[in-house]
Design a protein around this ligand. Structure first.
Ligand code: FES
Ligand code: FES
Length: 153
């Protein structure tokens, strides 16, 4: 399989039915993407495919060929500051155990690209596929609003 991950070409020798999250974590060593449920219900494994988000535990890697795959590691420049959503998650205490955080960040960054001036209800709606058992969501919504107000690129 020939892939493009975080702007770089990557090649992996796996069956096409291998889940994208397994390829990312076990073959490309991009462990930022988490596995929670493994069945498409928690959002921990969310990555960006082009300009949309997908549950990478459900996606056969063959369907990601030819697409621009972006993981949480690829949202910010390697030597630059964190992505505004990452910075806001820290500032607003949107992270507790962190298991949901990479998926939350990818979802919010993608959402704010499409909706740079959201309201809180819109953010909550955008997060319906991302579960968090720790925070109660308020701080995560605050982080999204903060990132938006501070000029999400
Ligand atoms: S691990 Fe993919 S949705 Fe839960
Ligand atoms: S911070 Fe623990 S699941 Fe969200």
């Amino acid at each position: 399989m020939k892939l493009t991950v975080n702007g770089r070409p990557a090649e992996v020798d796996v069956p096409g039915g291998t889940s994208l999250v397994e390829v990312l974590r076990e073959h490309l060593h991009l462990r930022g993407t988490k596995i929670g449920c493994g069945t498409g219900r928690c959002g921990a494994c969310t990555v960006r495919l082009g300009d949309r988000t997908v549950a990478s535990c459900l996606l056969p890697v063959a369907l990601a060929e030819g697409e621009e795959i972006t993981t949480v590691e690829g949202l910010a420049a390697p030597d630059g500051p964190p992505h505004p959503v990452q910075a806001a998650m820290i500032a607003c205490h949107g992270v507790q155990c962190g298991a949901c955080t990479p998926g939350m960040v990818v979802t919010l960054a993608t959402y704010l690209d499409a909706e740079p001036a959201p309201d809180a209800d819109g953010v909550r709606h955008a997060l319906t596929g991302n579960l968090c058992r720790c925070t109660g969501y308020h701080t995560i919504v605050d982080a999204a609003m903060t990132a938006a107000q501070e000029g999400h690129p």
